[in-house]
Write a protein that binds this ligand. Structure first.
Ligand code: FAD
Ligand code: UDP
Length: 373
């Protein structure tokens, strides 16, 4: 490798993928420069401290994983509390427990035992049992949960969240939400779960300690200059934007967050309440203090409004339908022509990654690149 460049890696994006890779590269003696177009590090896990409350500026983030290596890795930077996500669903004046479990079935149908719930469910989903391979989210949801649950909790929420009909969405999206016959409101099936004690920024700060970062810097505005600084580039922004939309625009779902400080101790008694009916314009209200069992005298809540992704906003969710997958595969194929360039993370890999997936993917790349065992 020629010695003329000051950095081994230029890493575009200080989200989890970029920060984990930078940390692992530094451990192997590599010199990294990170740039981020935002004014802070951490990407979507960034929190802002308001009245001693860690406010999740880009929506509710709960760390959960079944990957022991990932869990031990993040715990080496920050300790996690024992928060278990147990959101509620508000529909037409009533609150229900999520994910779909005996508490939900009891409130919806008055059934008390798993046997009663299963019988009710058989009536509800019987006519969809013949669907072998659900072709879309609607078919998947009806086959799994039947009509009452689909029409109360899923259809309106999903169509509001994604801005398109449930028959245009991939089936895997609804399989993210557990469905069980026990009285267990844990939203995740993973073995490990929690919120970093002191907030998510502590994780990012630990990962990026003593590594050079330039904020408010859009790599694409000055690509040639930044490429000249390093031997290799890791790009964690949108892969279609990197290639100048050559094969067409990938679709992303946007969000808009409205944060409000309220002079009361407790607004809703829970960290997350979903608003499942279409007529309410937001999908969720987050009350941040509950992620850390806060006892502050006031509170901060955030309403999460879904919307179209526009240039002056962030691309929050990849839309992994068939049309976008075809386009993404063209970009992925093209990327293989550049041996000194890697794409990673939710936007670089155009995948509905949770935090643990981004950490795992960065670790995988580090293993390949940096001779980790
Ligand atoms: P990002 O965090 O998106 O980081 C990419 C970074 O690249 C950004 O900082 C961006 O500014 C920067 N960038 C992009 N383009 C450029 C450019 N041209 N120049 C310079 N910088 C650039 N996961 C969970 O595990 N649990 C949850 O509860 C959870 N909740 C979520 C809620 C919401 C509303 C959203 C949107 C996501 C949620 N996630 C959750 C997913 C989680 O946010 C991601 O998996 C993770 O943060 C992705 O990290 P990343 O590094 O891949 O991407
Ligand atoms: N979903 C729903 N009703 C709910 C919660 C989730 O229909 O009350 C559907 C919706 O399509 C959503 C998907 O399940 O996009 C995945 O939900 P999750 O809570 O994992 O979404 P995220 O937190 O990633 O936005």
């Amino acid at each position: 490798m020629p010695k003329s460049k000051p950095y081994d890696y230029l890493i575009v994006g200080t989200g989890l993928f970029g920060s984990v890779f930078a940390y692992l590269a530094k451990q192997k003696g590599k010199k990294c420069l990170l740039v981020d177009k935002r004014s802070h590090t951490g990407g979507n896990i960034y929190c802002e401290n308001i009245n001693s409350i860690n406010v999740h500026k880009y929506g509710a983030h709960i760390f959960h994983t079944s990957n022991k290596e990932v869990w031990h890795f993040v715990n080496s930077f920050v300790e996690f509390n024992n928060y278990i996500n147990s959101p509620l669903a508000y529909y037409k004046g009533k609150l229900y427990n999520l994910p779909f479990n005996m508490n939900t079935f009891n409130r919806l149908w008055g059934v008390n035992t798993p046997a009663e719930a299963k019988q009710k469910l058989e009536e509800q989903r019987g006519k969809y049992a013949t669907i072998k391979e659900p072709a879309n989210l609607e078919e998947q949801a009806l086959k799994l949960c039947g009509e009452d649950i689909y029409y109360t909790f899923i259809k309106e929420y999903t169509e509001k969240q994604w801005g398109r009909s449930a028959i245009e969405l991939p089936a895997f999206i609804i399989r993210r939400v557990p469905f069980r016959f026990t009285y267990n409101n844990n939203y995740f099936n993973d073995i490990y779960q929690g919120i970093p004690i002191g907030g998510f920024n502590r994780l990012t700060e630990g990962l990026l300690e003593d590594i050079e970062v330039r904020l408010n810097t859009n790599y694409l505005d000055n690509k040639e200059y930044f490429d000249s600084l390093a031997h290799k580039t890791i790009f964690t922004g949108c892969i279609d934007e990197y290639f100048g939309l050559e094969y067409g625009k990938l679709e992303y779902r946007g969000l808009h967050f409205e944060h409000e400080q309220i002079d009361i101790e407790d607004f809703q008694g829970n960290a997350v309440v979903n608003y499942n009916e279409r007529s309410v314009p937001y999908t969720r209200i987050i009350e941040h203090k509950h992620f850390e069992f806060g006892t502050q005298p006031t509170t901060v809540v955030t309403r999460e409004y879904p919307g179209e992704y526009a240039k002056n906003n962030e691309p929050y969710y990849p839309v992994n339908d068939n049309r976008n997958t075809v386009i993404y595969n063209k970009y992925k194929e093209k990327a293989l022509q550049y041996p000194h360039l890697y794409f990673g993370g939710r936007l670089g890999q155009y995948a509905y990654f949770d935090m643990d997936d981004s950490v795992e993917q960065a670790m995988l790349l580090a293993k390949k690149e940096l001779d980790y065992e």
